[in-house]
Structure formats: structure tokens, C-alpha cells
Design a protein around this ligand. Structure first.
Ligand code: ADP
Ligand code: MG
Length: 885
């Protein structure tokens, strides 16, 4: 017993000595975590350099854009061919991808030898050979009559410019093997966004944010970057870590000074590194009693497979002994232990370095996503990783240590780069088909200048109809006289009440106007909710509710006793016979209270006040919000003769010459006309530009067939149009993996404010995704791009249509004045105009384009509905008093 123990002890001691000896000798190859973190930081810097426009030309890590923008989403289908060139053999594959929800695929491959004369011959010969093999393959598979899309894995650095030429000819995808690996793994695990090869060569690719890729136009979405990290260190960046063996190996290689990182890592070189180390150690008398064999002197005698075999620790030293004996080295037990350890250090260093650069990529991915922790998957292929007994385990462990805040899954690519090439082709095919469908869905939203001009002309025609006595009754643009005949002159003063009904909020306001040198307007207001059941209940209930709110406000302000003059901003079409009489023509926007249409809203308000019998008010004016807006801006700028609202609804008013208003007596001076242009198109005159989505929104609205122009241009409907498009695209399988979620079915879920948020240029796609998530829409990165595109198409059309309408109005004003050039100010209100990131700009541009002879200034109105109503009341009061005297 004792003897056995002693023997074991002796052996352990022997082993320890040998290991210590090698450790000391190869001290420089054993990399601590600190060094690895440093390598990681260096590689991060290299990536940035490779991505930058100015730094790329001199960068060693080339960071080549692959033009692969999308990972498989499981909806790919079809038959694909793939050719795989770049590994040790040339392969042709046929891949069938099934769209069966189970993400299954079938792969049939055939191997072809690549004769030396072909590899070292010229390019034409090589490609002729490839074509011959492909032909043979298609014959064997009986595919000759078919025209299948072909993916081509070509695992050498390639500068690509475009992935697919045209969907009509077959897509030809040129795919790097790293990309192929990522795509193959991505088909099984949608989290996969890194592809890694550790074999004959080493390289990695990953999905980078487009906005960081200077070499490719566009900022949206992601694109796979083939790092070509094998060249890391070619500028000397790793010289402090390279040993004399690395240098010797490099000098003896086919491409000295190139691919220095790869030469420390890939299986093509590890055996040779081991050989060089053993040779030197032997020469120094540290191994094999100092006896060098011819085999040990021969380049390439130790290969990766030997290293792998020697490191099979479970098999003890037998493999090592056998291999060394074959090299005529007559190894002792000690020699075997030492050599085994040399192999371990060399291959471990490879795993360590690879882990450091991979960690750099993972960190970059995590930072791109602005995540503190990230879950991701790395797809891996390559002989060294797959066949070396310890390599994978070591790599995983070191990566996890270097980036503790990444939960990494390592997924082995089973069917290799051939399937990957097919997958890239399949995805490109899917994307091209999808693009076509999306373009088709959005095409009707792209309005040519010609069409917009037509819209302007039609608007002009309808405006004229509305002004003419004979046609006015049936006109869709009603052109309602407002009996507001003048703008404020600054002498207005006093305390006024104002009501604002017709928008999102119902408000009661107290407005104090001062004149003269202390000219100012002070306002106090209170917002009241109008519950849906009241908006859509009876008229009596609605007006009782309004009066209740007024009572609350008077109480709150402590002015219940004062009989103040009141201006009633009532933003619905009203036919007026005087400034304080307004018959509701029809509800618009969200209102639908019964027994109101055809009634005088001022009477209804008076009656409700009488019913309550608590206070009295002097109702002086009913005011449309457009008029209030114009008046508010007119108070500052006398040139303001147009009021525009782009909020919940869409409408315009402007000062028209009395002589043109046939339904009002008198030809002197001007009067403000509330166009109610929202009804434009109700006679079908713009049906040619209405889309199926507009029709769906219309049919689901409270007033089908009415307000067709408003339904294409205003805040109440834009989100709803977007929702209809999203539903359609989802039905076509182009979005949300073809699943229409419960929330997407909900009318009104997609509010117009989300358009503003999503279209904001400062917003990264990730934030778009978050907004969609809040709406219960689980989107991928690609989904978010599409949703943003849809929002853009809808809001742009809205702004352009609105601009075309406004161009008609300013042109009319110009003709009225009989001038070549018109200078005019438009007072604008409405949250869509004020908060949407592009609406106002596109609107202004359209007006400029369609009415080039008009110089239009846009002036934002501050609370036109309140201030404007008070100003109108003040003016009316003054005129009234003048009339009475
Ligand atoms: P109203 O027109 O109802 O008097 P607003 O001018 O404030 O009031 O417009 C409100 C409408 O503006 C909402 O119904 C909504 O459709 C739209 N909206 C709200 N927030 C935004 C936003 N951030 N961007 C664009 N539109 C918005
Ligand atoms: Mg408003």
C-alpha cells in the first residue's frame, strides 16, 4: 500500500515538475484575464476603426458589410441551391425550406474534390469548375429544368456592394461562411446574431446597427458585418503578445505579416506552433534528451489533429506517446507530459484570444442595444471548435468570465455554411418579395405633384360651389359665413367668458383683455372631460353637462354673480345667420349627440342655462375654432387672414370678399368664411386617391361617407389608417410574424401621437420597438422599420393633401386681391401641426410648390379657441354697442 502511494506521489511530483517547466518556458503564451480584457478593448477599438468612413481605409480589421440585413424569421420557404467554396472541399447543396410553422428544412449535399490545379489556377478555371460541379449536381438531383435561387458561400474577404440584383432574375447571394453560420443557427434560434468560425481559419460576423456603418447608406435597421478579424494585429497591435514562435511561424508562412491574429488561433497553424516550440525546447535540451529528429525539423509534420489527439487527457499519455514515436522522437514519460502541456497552452491561448475578441463583439452588441444585461446566441462552426476535446468548453468559460453581463448560448451549426448560404438566399428572397408587397400597399399613399395639383384644383372648384347661391346647398365644402367681418384693432378690452367645445377637451375660460399701452390678454381656464356617453347621448344631456361645467368654473373663479359676455367656440359646421346664431349642420369628429343637428346651438345653450336657473350669461358669439385661431394671430399680425386647424379635425377659414359671398347680402368689405373643408370629397371627387384603408377607416367611423378629406388629414384618423395598413400587412404575413394581436384589433389603439413618436428622427429603432411593445405589439427589428415606414407614408400624405388644400385658398386670396405676388399670414393651431416631427414642414413645402406666387408665413396660435373667442366677443360687443347708440 505504502509503496503504491509513494509511486503515485512520485508520479504527481514528476508531472508537476514537467508542467512547471513548460509553464515557465511558455510564460508568454499564458494570458491572464487582465491581458484578455486588454485584448478585448483593443479589438473594440479596431472595430470602430473598421466601421468609420475615414478610418476604414487604414484599418486592419476590415469590418466588411455583408448586405445581409435580416435574420431568418421562420416564414422562409422554397427550394434553394447553395455552393460552398472555401473550406477543404467544395460542396453543392439543395436546401428545401418549409413554411410549416416548425421551421423544418431538408438538406441534400454532394461533395466534390477541389483539385490542386484548380485551386492554384486562375479565377476563370476555378469558376468553370464550380459551374461544372453545379451542373452535375443539378443533373443528379433532377433539377436541371428548374431555375432555383442560388446562394454562394465564398469564405474569403470580399468587398460586397449589393446582395441581390433583381428579384426577377434569381437571387444570387454571395455569403461569407461566418454569415452562413449565423444564418443557419438563426433559423433555429432567432436570438442568434453572431456567427463564429474556428477552423482552418477564424473569423466572426455580427449584426451591427446601420447607423454605425459609415460605408453603407442608410441609418435604419441592422446589417451583418463580416469582421475579418483574422487580420487583427497586422499593424502591430498584438506585437507585445506575439512570441518568437509566432514570428517564426509567420515568416515561414505563405503570407508573412498578414492574418497575424488568425495565425495565433486557427487550426491551420496550431500544430506548426507546437512543432516550433518542441523543436526549440529539444535544441535547448529540455526534451527528448536534446535529440532532434528529421521529422521534427520538417514543416507541417505536426497537425491540428495531432494536437487534438494529444490533448485527450482521458486517454492519458498513450496518444502523445504514439504521435511522438511516429516522429522518431523516442519520448520518455516526462517528455510526453511536457508535450501534452505544450499542446494545451497553445490551444488554450487560441481559445483565450478568440474569447477576448468575441467578448468585444458581445459587448458592442449589448451597448448598441443599450442593455445592461443581454441574452444572445452565437452560432459556431469550424473543425477546431468541433473536434478538439476541450476547446469549446474553454472558450465558453472564458467568454462568460469576460462578459458576465451577457447570457450567451453557443449553438453549433449542424449543416455548415452550405445551408447558411441557402438561408441567406431564402431570407433575401423573402425580403425581396416582402418589399414588393409593402411597396404595393404603400404605393397609393405616394402622391405625385401632378395629383396634388389636381387636388388643389378640385378644392378650388368646391370652394367656388360653396360660395355660389345655386350650388351652395349641395356643396361638400360648405363655405359657411361667420359674420366675423373685422379683425381686432387693439381697442378691445374687458372680461369675457369663453367655451371651447369640439376638440379633445372641453374648456371654460375667463379672458381679461386690456387695451392701450398695457395691451395684454390674461386667461384662466379649466378643462372638463366630456364622457363618451354624453358625447353620444342626447343634446339636452350634452348641454346640461356643459352648463354644469360652466357653473363649476364660475364657482371656482368666484364670479357667479357677474353676467359676463360669452363667446362660444363650437368647432363643428354651423350655418350662421348672425354672429350669435349657429345651426349645427352635422356632427363631425367624435360627437354624435341626438336632437342637435338642424338646431341653433346658442338657443340650446341658453335653454340649458334657463333650465338650471342659477346664473345668467350674455351669449354674444358662436365661433369656429379656425376663426378663433385666425383672430388670435390677427391680434399680433394684421396680415393674418387665414386660420388653419390641424388637430383632431382639419379645417380652414379665411377672409373672403363680401362680393364673392352670394348667400350674404352686401358687397362691401370682407367676412370670414369657415370653409369646413373636411367635407371635401364627400361627393366622390377625390375617390381616385382614397385607398382601401381610407375606406375601412370611413366605414368604421361615426359618420360613414362624410368628412372624407378630414379622414385622410387629421389627427383623429391618421393612427387609425396606420392601424388598418398594419392589419393588412400582418394578414399578408409581412408583419408581426403574421399574427394579428388582440390589441391591433382594437379601434383607436394606434393614436396619432404614436406616429409623432415613431417618426421622430432622434428615435432609435429600439425605442420604436418599445413604443410598439406598449401597444401590445411584439415587433422585431424589421417590423419596426416597416411600421415606421407606414407611419411616414400616412402622415406625409396627410400633410401634402392639407398643403394642396391650403394652396387653393392662398391662390384664391391672391386672385381676390388681384396681385402678382401675395404676402399672407396663416394662423395655425392643432397638435398634429405643432407636435408631429414632419407634418408642418411637408405642409409648408407643398404650399410653396403648389402656390409659388404666394409668400405664406405660418404663425402658431396660442390658444385660439379661448383667446380668439374672447376677441371676437369683444369686437362683436363693441360693434353691437356702436349699433345701439
Ligand atoms: P383639438 O383639435 O381637439 O382641439 P388638438 O389640436 O390638441 O386639439 O389636437 C388633438 C389631436 O391631436 C388628438 O386628437 C390627436 O389626434 C392629435 N395628437 C395628440 N398628440 C399628438 C402628437 N404628439 N402628435 C401628433 N398628433 C397628436
Ligand atoms: Mg382645438
Amino acid at each position: 500500500m505504502f509503496a503504491v502511494h509513494l509511486l503515485a506521489f512520485h508520479f504527481t511530483k514528476l508531472k508537476e515538475d514537467q508542467i512547471k517547466k513548460v509553464d515557465r518556458y511558455l510564460y508568454h503564451m499564458r494570458l491572464s484575464d487582465d491581458v484578455l480584457l486588454d485584448v478585448m478593448a483593443r479589438f473594440q477599438a479596431e472595430m470602430v476603426k473598421g466601421l468609420g468612413r475615414d478610418t476604414n481605409p487604414t484599418a486592419t480589421v476590415k469590418m466588411l458589410p455583408s448586405f445581409v440585413r435580416s435574420l431568418p424569421d421562420g416564414s422562409e420557404k422554397g427550394d434553394f441551391l447553395a455552393v460552398d467554396l472555401g473550406g477543404s472541399q467544395f460542396r453543392a447543396h439543395q436546401v428545401k425550406v418549409f413554411d410549416d410553422g416548425k421551421q423544418s428544412s431538408q438538406l441534400e449535399s454532394k461533395f466534390y474534390p477541389t483539385p490542386k490545379e484548380v485551386i492554384q489556377g486562375n479565377g476563370a478555371e476555378l469558376f468553370d469548375y464550380v459551374a461544372d460541379c453545379l451542373l452535375d449536381f443539378m443533373e443528379t438531383k433532377n433539377l436541371k429544368h428548374k431555375k432555383l435561387p442560388l446562394g454562394f458561400t465564398f469564405s474569403f474577404p470580399c468587398k460586397q456592394t449589393k446582395l441581390e440584383e433583381d428579384i426577377d432574375i434569381d437571387v444570387l447571394a454571395l455569403v461569407n461562411d461566418t454569415v452562413g453560420t449565423m444564418m443557419t443557427c438563426g433559423y433555429d434560434d432567432q436570438r442568434c446574431e453572431v456567427g463564429l468560425i474556428i477552423g482552418t481559419g477564424t473569423n466572426a460576423c455580427y449584426m451591427e446597427e446601420m447607423r454605425h456603418i459609415d460605408l453603407v447608406e442608410g441609418d435604419e435597421g441592422r446589417m451583418c458585418i463580416n469582421t475579418e478579424w483574422g487580420a487583427f494585429g497586422d499593424d502591430g497591435a498584438l506585437d507585445d503578445l506575439r512570441t518568437e514562435f509566432d514570428r517564426e511561424l509567420d515568416l515561414g508562412s505563405l503570407n508573412p505579416g498578414k492574418q497575424l491574429f488568425e495565425k495565433m488561433i486557427s487550426s491551420l497553424y496550431l500544430g506548426e506552433l507546437v512543432r516550433l516550440i518542441l523543436l526549440k525546447m529539444t535544441k535547448e535540451g529540455l526534451l527528448f534528451s536534446g535529440k532532434v529528429s528529421t521529422a521534427l525539423l520538417t514543416k507541417g509534420k505536426i497537425e491540428m489533429k495531432h494536437v487534438s489527439a494529444m490533448e485527450k487527457y482521458k486517454e492519458g499519455l498513450s496518444n502523445t506517446k504514439e504521435i511522438l514515436t511516429e516522429l522518431n522522437l523516442f519520448p520518455s514519460e516526462e517528455d510526453c507530459i511536457a508535450v501534452q502541456h505544450v499542446c494545451t497552452i497553445v490551444s488554450f491561448r487560441s481559445a483565450n484570444l478568440c474569447a477576448a475578441t468575441l467578448a468585444a463583439i458581445l459587448t458592442r452588441l449589448r451597448e448598441n442595444k443599450k442593455l445592461l444585461r443581454m441574452r444572445t446566441t452565437v452560432g459556431i462552426d469550424g473543425g477546431l471548435y468541433k473536434t478538439h476535446p476541450q476547446y469549446a468548453k474553454r472558450l465558453h468559460k472564458v467568454v462568460r468570465r469576460l462578459v458576465p453581463n451577457c447570457d450567451v448560448r453557443f449553438l453549433l451549426s449542424v449543416s455548415g455554411s452550405g445551408k447558411g448560404a441557402a438561408m441567406v438566399t431564402a431570407v433575401a428572397y423573402r425580403l425581396a418579395a416582402q418589399r414588393k408587397q409593402i411597396d404595393a400597399a404603400l404605393a397609393p399613399f405616394l402622391l405625385s405633384l401632378e395629383t396634388l395639383r389636381e387636388v388643389k384644383n378640385k378644392m378650388r372648384t368646391e370652394v367656388e360651389y360653396g360660395l355660389k347661391r345655386e350650388t351652395q346647398a349641395s356643396a361638400t365644402v360648405k363655405m359657411l359665413p361667420t359674420y366675423v367681418c373685422g379683425t381686432p384693432d387693439g381697442t378691445e378690452k374687458g372680461k369675457f367668458l369663453a367655451l371651447d367645445l369640439g376638440g379633445t377637451n372641453f374648456r371654460v375660460l375667463l379672458v381679461k383683455i386690456r387695451s392701450g399701452r398695457r395691451r395684454s390678454v390674461q386667461m384662466y381656464n379649466k378643462i372638463f372631460a366630456i364622457p363618451l356617453e354624453i358625447m353620444q347621448g342626447t343634446g339636452e344631456e350634452l348641454f346640461d353637462h356643459i352648463v354644469q361645467c360652466i357653473a363649476d368654473f364660475l364657482e371656482y373663479m368666484g364670479i357667479k354673480g357677474a353676467r359676463l359676455p360669452l363667446g362660444f367656440t363650437f368647432s363643428f359646421p354651423c350655418r350662421q345667420a348672425s354672429i350669435d346664431k349657429g345651426t349645427l349642420v352635422g356632427w363631425t369628429k367624435g360627437f354624435k349627440a341626438t336632437d342637435c343637428e338642424g338646431e341653433d346651438v346658442v338657443d340650446m345653450l341658453r335653454e340649458a342655462i334657463r333650465r338650471r336657473n342659477e346664473f345668467d350669461l350674455d351669449i354674444v358669439a358662436v365661433v369656429n375654432d379656425t376663426v378663433g385661431t385666425m383672430m388670435t394671430c390677427g391680434y399680433e399680425d394684421p396680415n393674418c387672414e387665414i386660420g388653419l386647424i390641424a388637430g383632431t379635425g382639419s379645417n380652414v377659414c379665411y377672409m373672403e370678399d363680401m362680393k364673392n359671398i352670394e348667400i350674404v347680402e352686401g358687397n362691401e368689405g370682407k367676412m370670414c368664411i369657415n370653409t369646413e373643408w373636411g367635407g371635401f370629397g364627400d361627393n366622390g371627387c377625390i375617390d381616385n386617391i382614397r385607398t382601401q384603408y381610407d375606406k375601412e377607416v370611413d366605414e368604421g367611423s361615426l359618420n360613414p361617407g362624410k368628412q372624407r378629406y378630414e379622414k385622410m388629414t387629421s389627427g383623429m384618423y391618421l393612427g387609425e389608417i396606420v392601424r388598418q395598413i398594419l392589419i393588412d400587412l400582418t394578414k399578408q404575413g409581412l408583419l408581426f410574424r403574421g399574427q394579428i394581436s388582440e390589441s391591433l384589433r382594437k379601434r383607436g389603439i394606434f393614436e396619432t401621437k404614436f406616429l409623432s413618436q415613431i417618426e421622430s428622427d432622434r428615435l432609435a429603432l429600439l425605442q420604436v420597438r418599445r413604443i410598439l411593445q406598449q401597444l401590445g405589439l411584439d415587433s422585431t427589428c424589421e417590423d419596426s422599420i416597416i411600421v415606421k415606414e407606414v407611419c411616414g407614408a400616412v402622415s406625409k400624405r396627410a400633410a401634402q393633401l392639407c398643403g394642396a388644400g391650403l394652396a387653393a385658398i392662398v391662390e384664391k386670396k391672391r386672385e381676390n386681391r388681384g396681385v402678382e405676388h401675395l404676402q399672407i399670414t396663416v394662423g395655425v393651431d392643432g397638435t398634429l401641426y405643432k407636435l408631429h416631427p414632419h407634418f408642418s414642414r411637408v405642409l409648408r413645402e407643398t404650399v410653396k410648390e403648389l402656390a409659388p406666387q404666394c409668400d405664406v408665413t405660418f404663425m402658431l396660435s396660442e390658444d385660439g379657441s379661448g383667446k380668439g373667442a374672447a376677441l371676437i366677443t369683444a369686437v362683436a360687443k363693441r360693434l353691437h354697442n356702436v349699433g345701439q347708440k
